[in-house]
Design a protein around this ligand. Sequence first.
Ligand code: ADP
Ligand code: ZN
Ligand code: ZN
Length: 740
Amino acid sequence: MGKLYADIIIDISHEALDRVFSYKVPFSLREEIQIGQQVAVPFGRGNHERKGFVVGFSDKTDYEEDKVKEIIRIEPGGVTAESRMLNLAYWIREHYGSTMIQALRTVLPVQEKMNRKSSRWIELKIDPVHGPALLEEYFGRHYTAKARLLAALLDQNRISWDQASHQLKISKSTVDAMVREDVIRVVTEYYYRNPNQEMISREAPVPLNQEQQDLIDEFRQDLMREEHKVYLLHGVTGSGKTEVYLAAIEEVIKRGEQAIVLIPEIALTYQTVQRFTKRFGDRVSILNSRLSKGEKYDQWLRAKQGDVDVIIGPRSALFVPFPNLGLIVIDEEHESSYKSEQTPKYHARETAIQKASMEGASVILGSATPSVESYKNALEGRYCLWELTKRAQNAVLPRVYIEDLREELKAGNRSIFSRKLRQLMEDRLAKGEQMMLFLNRRGYAGFVSCRSCGHVMECPHCDVSMTYHREGMLKCHYCGYELPMPKTCPECGSPYIGTFGLGTQKVESAIYKEFPQARVLRMDMDTTRKKHSYEEILKAFSKGEADILVGTQMIVKGHDYANVTLVGILAADLSLHANDYRAGERTFQLLTQAAGRAGRGDKGGEVVIQTYSPEHYSIVAAAKQDYKEFYQQEIGYRSLMKYPPVWQMLVIFFSGRQEEEVRDLSQKAADILKRMEFLVIGPGEASLARMKDQYRRVIYIKDADYQNLIRAKDEIERWLEQQDEKRNILVNFDFNPMNS
Ligand code: ADP
Ligand code: ZN
Ligand code: ZN
C-alpha cells in the first residue's frame, strides 16, 4: 500500500479516540513516515497546529481531495510509550480484525477525569536563617498577613494551603506576592489512588534448587547476549515455577528494566500477590478488576513514570506502558481467559510475544499443562523449552483412581458418588481431613450420552460432540449437521440415553443426604456473585470451617490447602464432551490441576476421577500426570481433523435483526471465501442462534497458514465496506477460537 494519505489520531485523549482523520503525506516525508510516529498537523477551522499519531496509510481518501490537509512535519523524539502502544494496536487490528478505534481502546486506558486527590503545600524557599530579619521587615511595614505566614513557616517548615487560608486567614494574593518575592513556594502533591496500601516487609528469596538455578543462569546469559526469547516453563503445580519468575524478574530489574506478570484473574489471590510484594515491596503494583477506573489509571501512570518495576494483573495488564520493558511473564499460559471475548478478540499470549519483540523484551510462559499451541512451538524450536521435573518441596504426587460410572450403574449404585469415592469420603470425615469435590463444567454442556455404555453422540464430520437442540434434534455446532435425537442408544440399544446434567447444588444436597454430619461449602457463580465472597469462601475453607468444598473450576486455582487429602472429580465427561475441538485439552488441564490440589502438605493425597469414558487418553494421561503422553495423542487428533494448532481456524460471526439479511450476507461472504479456495464450513446458525433479538450466523474457515486467514479477513472487510447491509449487520472475527 502506498503512502499518499495517512490516518491520524489527534492526541490520545478520551474524546479524540473516536475518530481517525485523513491527511496528505507530503512527498518529502513519504520515505520517512511510519506508523506510530508523532506528527504535527493543522487542525480544525483555525488550522491550529496539533500533535497526532500516524495509525495507517492508504492510496485514497474518502474525503474531498482538496479539503484534505497536509501533514506539517514529523516530530522528533523517537518512539514514545504512546506510539509503541499505537504500533501494538495496529498489529492487533491487523491480526484479529477490528476497527482502529476498538484496537486503541484495548491498548489505552480511558483517562479518568475524576478529581485527583491532591493537596497543596506552602514551603519556605529562603534559608530559615534569614527568616527573623525578614519577619522584622514585614512587621515594620505592617505586612501583617505576610508576617503571619512567615512566622508559621519558620515554626513548621511547611503548612497546607487549607491551614493557611482557614486558620491563618491568608489570601491567595498574599501567597502569590510571596512566591514572586521568592520567599516561599507552593507544591502540589497528588495521591495515587493506590489500592495496595498494606505495607509488607520484604523477605529474602529462598535459595533456588539446581533445576531452577540452571534455568536462571541460561536466562542471564541470554540477556547478556541481548537475546530476547520466549521460554515455555513446564512444571507440575508446586514445582517452583513462581520462584523462577521471581528470580527472572530480579535479573531484568538489575538491568534497569521492568516486568509485566499476567495471572488469570481467578488466580490473582492474596497468597499469590503477597509473594511478589514480599520480594519487591512497593515497587510492585497490582491491577485487578476490583479497582475503580481511577485506581487503574493511576497504576498505569505509575508504571509510565517508572515508579514501579513490576505490574501484576490479568490480561489487560499487558498494556501497561513501561518505559523499558524487559520481561513479560504469563502464568497458567493455557488459560482461556487470556483470550479476549470482545472485539478485537486478541490472545494475550500472542500479543505479549508481539509486544516483547517490538520492545526488546523476553517472555516466560508458565504452566503445569501447557497449551497444545505453546508446546508445539517449543518442540519445533520457536520457544525455548524449560522443564521443572520435581515438586520443589518433595511433596509426593497423589494416587489417582479412575472409576467407571457404567460399572456403578451395573452394580446398582444410583448415587452420584462411586463406591470408591464414598468410601474415601467416609474415611476423611472420620479422620477430620478435608476434601474437594469438583464439577468440571464449563457453561452449557448439552451433549447426549448413554448411561449404560458411555457412548456419546458425535458429529461424523467434525469429531466433536453434538448438542441437544429444541424439537428433539441433535446438532453439530461447527458444520450444522443434524440428527433426530435417538430413543435408544445406537451402540448398545439401552433406553438410558439423554443429556447429561449435574450442578453444584445437586451435589451439595446429595452430600447432605448421604453424609448428614459433613460441613459443606459450595462455590459457584451463585455463591460468588458478591465482590469478595470468592476469597472469603476459600479463606473459610482453609481455616477448616468445612470438611468439603464443592465447586466448579473456580476451586482449583490459587490456594494451597495442606489439609486437603482427597479430591473427587464427579463427572469428567462434562468437559470431555463439550462441543468443541479443545474439549480433550481442557479436560486434561482441569483434571491435572484438580489432582494437583490433593496432598500438598506432608500427608499425601488421593484423587478419584469418575467417568463414563475411562479409556479416553485425556483421562488416562491426567491420572498419570503425563503431559507428553497427552500431547502426542492430542496433536494426532488435531492434525487428522485439521484443527489448530496444526491448522489455523477463523470464525466469522454475522449478527443482525433481520434473519433474511443475515442469511444473505453470510452466504455471499462464504461464496467469496470458497472462490478464494478456502476450506469453508457454513454459514450455519451460531450455537446461540438468537441472542437479544439478534439473529446470528457463523462461518468457519481453516487453512494451514495464519497469514492466509488474515488475507481472508482483509478481503471480507474490504468487501463489506461496499455492502449497504453493513449498517444493519455486525460482522466480527475470531481467530483460533478458545471459548466456543
Ligand atoms: P509453582 O508456581 O510451580 O506452583 P511455587 O513456586 O509456588 O510452584 O513453589 C511451590 C512451593 O515450593 C512454594 O511454597 C515455594 O515457596 C516452594 N519452593 C519453590 N522453590 C523452592 C526452593 N528452591 N526451595 C525451597 N522451597 C521452594
Ligand atoms: Zn449405550
Ligand atoms: Zn460437524
